[in-house]
Design a protein around this ligand. Structure first.
Ligand code: NA7
Length: 540
């Protein structure tokens, strides 16, 4: 076997979605030599892979976009209040062209291994195609919801029809006309896809394990007035978002609790959130995610309204969620519940009637065989850690990431993990990540990392590592916030419950993006407390 020729960089970035692209841009501005490795054949990350029908962002378009370039945000025009996947991908491509990013991005290049050598102070990143890239820094921009999971159901290999996971949907699309289609999964993705598939297919069988809460998205064309209203004060709104709880301007910290408020006022506040639409609903009061009694009032409000369009009481019962609202990610839909009134849609409750196997001609549950031509897995992702751990990351003669995270992921500020130097993660575990408008969180982490690297260079420092003590302390803060809420008690992907064998740890930071930003900034201002910064000899 020949040893691949090594190429040298200041930083290797893995992933060319929002995070990897912006990281490249920032580091290039510092004159650094950077390469980005991307498994797909083009930029876009999540929005490159998730092309299923109905794929749409549930954060408003004007907010789910880069804020670092005033000309860009003024010039780009979104057509809808909430952008669909094709439009977001066009936007990402526009940014890649505008900033001339592609020349430093290697497409169709999957990173498989990364090893840090303390002797040379260099990472070596290997790719599936046999490339070997060396750099002082390795930066994982691999996304929180990018490692798609196809459940291990016996018989998939025997299926004679076509099957797809929504997280790696074929570019050419799928024609459901005249087909008997099955879909497993009723999370955000399933709820988006089901109405569109149902309208095209001869028959759609929905296999539901957990009934979920969904708020109407209330999408529509973005009017010129609404666009101008934002653009006239874009910079101020972006700043507001940066300091808000979830990275969305206007969603401030709720100051009242359901339990302290007059019931009529509560009803009115819920109603106005319901009418506004989308996933901000649980932010109407500050105790909805903290106190069972408050949560029950919120859930009853939502259940009554969301199930109102369903005619059949037996179906309404099956579609009624039982866990506290907001403890799994809230869904937002367009015409989801009414689709169950159609004669070509059936709902299979696979908690009551579990899936046994996939057969050559469909799917067998305990009580029936469901004939299918197409099977769709809308079964989600190995969230937050899946993509990070899919690269074999280790220190020569030292720890590796899988072992370090055997009992659950730990990362100081979601940025670095103790024992592994010069490895940055963008929106890693212990950061607001999936609880926020992720573009805002991406920008914050990227800018922090870029500033940190500039600081190191200015000071002649070439190694940074999170201290075990600081990491532990941060982990305690992340846990304390989570444990004060209802979220860790529900089996969700926030705690890794959707992946068999995954340690049950609540992964994201619940303190909000504003508080998180201030904490990160303060740590940097104080000379990067909790990080060990050293200067070591480096081999040429
Ligand atoms: P989610 O939210 O993880 O939803 C996955 C769905 O698939 C959910 O209904 C699961 O039921 C179901 N599921 C997962 N595995 C199985 C198996 N083995 N058998 C049956 N049903 C299964 O993923 P999404 O893609 O919808 O959304 C992910 C995020 O992407 C979303 O929150 C947005 O941020 C964007 P369960 O609830 O586990 O019982």
């Amino acid at each position: 076997m020949t040893t691949p020729q090594r190429e040298h960089f200041d930083a290797v970035v893995v992933g060319a979605g929002f995070a990897g692209m912006y990281m490249l841009h920032r580091l290039r501005q510092q004159g650094l030599k950077v390469v980005v490795l991307e498994a797909g054949d083009d930029v876009g990350g999540t929005w490159y892979w998730n092309r299923y029908p109905g794929a749409r962002c549930d954060v408003e378009s004007m907010e789910y976009s880069f804020s670092f370039d005033e000309d860009l945000q003024q010039a780009w025009r979104w057509s809808e209040r909430y952008a669909g996947q094709p439009e977001i991908l066009r936007y990402i491509n526009h940014v890649a062209d505008r900033l001339d990013l592609r020349r430093d991005i290697r497409m169709n290049t999957r990173a498989t291994d990364a090893e840090f050598d303390p002797q040379t102070n260099r990472w070596t990143v290997l790719t599936q195609s046999g490339q070997s890239l060396q750099a002082r820094f390795c930066i994982m921009a691999t996304g929180c919801l990018s490692n798609a999971q196809v459940p291990q159901i016996p018989g998939l290999a025997d299926f004679k029809g076509r099957w797809f996971h929504t997280g790696f949907w074929p570019k050419e699309g799928v024609d459901f006309t005249g087909k008997r289609v099955g879909i497993i999964g009723t999370g955000s993705t399933g709820i988006q896809a089901i109405p569109l598939v149902a309208k095209q297919a001869a028959h759609l069988s929905v296999f539901q394990r957990t009934a979920n809460y969904s708020i109407p998205l209330r999408n529509g064309p973005l009017t010129a007035e609404a666009e101008q209203a934002v653009k006239q004060r874009y910079a101020a709104l972006r700043e507001q978002a940066r300091h808000s709880p979830s990275g969305v301007a206007g969603f401030n910290v709720p100051t009242r609790g359901v339990l302290q408020t007059d019931p009529q006022e509560v009803e009115q506040a819920f109603q106005s959130r319901w009418d506004f639409g989308g996933i901000g609903f649980t932010r109407s009061f500050n105790d909805v995610l903290l106190k069972t009694e408050a949560n029950t009032i919120a859930r009853e409000f939502v259940v009554k309204r969301m199930l109102a369009p369903v005619n059949d009481p037996a179906l309404r019962a099956k579609l009624t969620p039982t866990y506290p609202i907001g403890t799994k990610r809230l869904c937002a839909d367009t015409g989801y519940f009414e689709i169950y009134n159609r004669s070509n849609v059936s709902l299979v409750d696979i908690k009551a009637d579990p899936i046994e196997s996939i057969t050559a001609t469909g799917l067998r549950t305990q009580q029936a065989h469901h004939d299918l031509d197409i099977l769709i897995f809308a079964t989600g992702f190995d969230a937050i850690t899946g993509a990070l751990l899919s690269v074999n990351m280790r220190v020569k003669g030292g720890s590796d990431l899988k072992t370090a995270w055997a009992d659950g992921p730990r990362a100081y500020l979601g940025l670095m993990t103790a024992g592994i130097a010069n490895l940055f993660m963008i929106t890693g575990p212990g950061s607001p990540s999936v609880l926020s408008n992720v573009v805002v969180s991406v920008e914050q982490h990227v800018e922090w990392i870029a500033d940190c690297m500039a600081h190191m260079r200015a000071q002649g420092i070439n190694r940074i590592e999170a201290s075990a003590h600081a990491q532990q302390d941060w982990g305690r803060q992340v846990d304390a916030l989570a444990n004060a809420s209802l979220l860790p008690h529900t089996a969700s992907w926030y705690v890794g419950a959707n992946i068999p064998g995954k340690p049950r740890v609540f992964m994201p930071y619940m303190g909000g993006v504003g508080v998180f930003r201030r904490t990160c900034d303060e740590i940097a201002r104080q000379g990067y407390t909790g990080f060990e910064l050293t200067t070591v000899p480096e081999a040429a």
